[in-house]
Ligand binder design. Structure first.
Ligand SMILES: Cc1ncc(COP(=O)(O)O)c(C=O)c1O
Length: 490
């Protein structure tokens, strides 16, 4: 048995053999399993651990491994229907407008769920292992483990050195931000949650771009807020409609992705950058700047505009930054910046919700971003992102030219494809999955009614570019089966 797949294989064999065991019966010793199945002791212990996690065996140190008692049948469990009433009946801040707060993570989970191994993943929002700086991460983790105090309690706001690094990285060396304006968070998602919970009162409106990242909508709704859409075009959010939206809703918060917007890829134009800040200032509102893709620029990108936070002197901008997208989804380290009383609110909510971010992870992040390997990785990543985007666009151009986006992005990891009117995007995505490629339907990105059917295709979750080409070939089959005529074919 080869060691890479051997854990799963051995677990499968033992799972089958367990049918012949009675409850409480002892399994052969680890040594016997090693000899019988010609695998290493590590493989045996990992296979046993996986069976234990499934509840099939129990392991008693010194005594051995035994077949576990079967799980209680579902019919023998109690009736949980009472929870439907308990969870929806009159939460304290339900209003006629909002109804009870809803925790609907379906839009989020759609992109967090890994498809089966035979399916090509054009849906995932994080780097495939092949693109991650795996060696640099391992080295940073090892060095962090040796730092004195790594397992002690960090300051609740985060390690000062890391806050300093983020302040410089976001605001520039002579920018308006210092370490004391930064809170370390568990990635961007946690920062968005803290920001919306701290800045908007339950039941109130929060302005969001339309379309936007479903995670923002989920956070807003779970906080009892009412996301109100403001349309985005090729130059970012429509600032003429932003003014209107502030007037109509009296919202105090606008969540904005000025750079490589997810899902459209738009970059906020220079005129609109100024306008967004002016409009928010006039409305007495905060701009939550979700700068999730700053380190995902492509090698052929023009120079990037500075974050809105770098030009903000009055504490209008609350900036969200994360390391996950350019490194690993598990390096859940991000930053949330704010100035004035808003920072106090943010700090309080973050402490109430989660105390602080685990120190070993903060130390690892510090080791990583401070090493020459980080800069090298960002350069390699920029090359890879450009190559992958070019490959995906070329594949679409020759296979599905009618779906090519008008303005290809120079950053981020995704393309936003407009489907012909009348297409059932969910049917296309479901058919695509049957053909072996996972893509994301656009509906969950719209806070209200979708303006048109769309698909989002990502190009970072495959091992290489060959899968991108094959993925588009499979998608074409799905489109041909599900898109109504007329449809422009290659
Ligand atoms: C626009 C945007 N913001 C924030 C996040 C949160 O990412 P993380 O929590 O991994 O930093 C994501 C993840 O997909 C995203 O797409």
């Amino acid at each position: 048995m080869k060691d890479s797949s051997s854990v799963a294989q051995l677990a499968a064999i033992l799972r089958k053999e367990l049918d012949r065991y009675s409850e409480g019966e002892k399994l052969p010793s680890s040594r016997a399993l090693v000899t019988r199945h010609q695998v290493s002791p590590v493989t045996v212990s990992r296979a046993i651990a996986s069976l234990a996690a499934e509840g099939l065996v129990t392991s008693r140190p010194g005594a051995g491994v035994f077949k576990a008692a079967p799980r209680r049948a579902a019919s023998a469990l109690g009736d949980v229907s009472w929870q439907e009433v308990a969870l929806s009946a009159d939460p304290p801040y339900a209003t006629a407008d909002t109804g009870p707060r809803s925790a609907d993570a379906s839009g989020l989970l759609a992109t967090l769920t890994a498809p089966p191994p035979e399916v090509i993943d054009l849906n995932g929002g994080y780097l495939h292992a092949a693109l991650q700086p795996e060696r640099a991460l391992a080295a940073a983790l090892a060095r962090a483990g040796r730092r004195p105090g790594t397992w002690s309690r960090p300051p609740v706001e985060g390690l000062t050195e890391l806050r300093e690094w983020f302040a410089r990285d976001i605001g520039g060396p002579r920018g308006p931000l210092g370490a004391s304006d930064v809170l370390i968070t568990a990635g961007g998602q946690s920062a968005l949650t803290t920001a919306l919970r701290a800045l908007a009162a339950p039941g109130s409106a929060v302005l969001v771009e339309s379309p936007t990242y479903p995670g923002t909508l989920a956070v807003a709704r779970a906080a009892g807020l009412r996301p109100v859409p403001v349309p985005v075009d090729a130059d970012g959010v429509r600032t003429d409609l932003l003014t209107e939206a502030f007037h109509a809703t009296r919202a105090r918060v606008f969540v904005c992705q000025p750079l490589f917007h997810n899902p459209t890829g738009a970059v906020l134009s220079p005129q609109r950058r100024t306008a967004v800040l002016d409009i928010a200032r006039a409305a007495g509102a905060f701009v939550v700047e979700d700068d999730f893709a700053r380190r995902l620029m492509h090698a052929d990108s023009p120079p990037l505009p500075a974050p809105l936070a770098a030009d903000d002197l009055d504490g209008v901008v609350v900036h969200v930054r994360s390391l996950t997208k350019a490194s690993s989804p598990s390096l859940r380290i991000g930053a949330l910046t704010g100035r004035g009383p808003a920072l106090e609110r943010l700090r309080a909510i973050q402490a109430v919700d989660s105390f602080f971010v685990p120190r070993p992870l903060q130390e690892t992040a510090l080791e990583l971003v401070g090493s020459p390997a980080w800069t090298r990785h960002l350069r390699t990543l920029a090359d890879a992102l450009r190559d992958r985007r070019t490959t995906l666009l070329a594949a679409l151009g020759s296979t599905l030219p009618g779906l090519l986006p008008h303005r290809p992005p120079h950053g981020g990891y995704h393309l936003w494809l407009r489907l012909p009117d009348g297409t059932d995007e969910r049917a296309v995505a479901a058919t695509a999955l049957r053909h072996g490629v996972a893509v994301t339907p656009g509906g969950p990105y719209f806070p209200a009614e979708a303006t048109a059917p769309h698909l989002r295709l990502t190009y970072v979750s495959t091992p290489g570019t060959a899968q991108l080409e094959e993925g588009v070939r499979r998608l074409r089959q799905a489109v041909e089966e599900s898109v109504p005529e007329p449809y422009e074919r290659a």
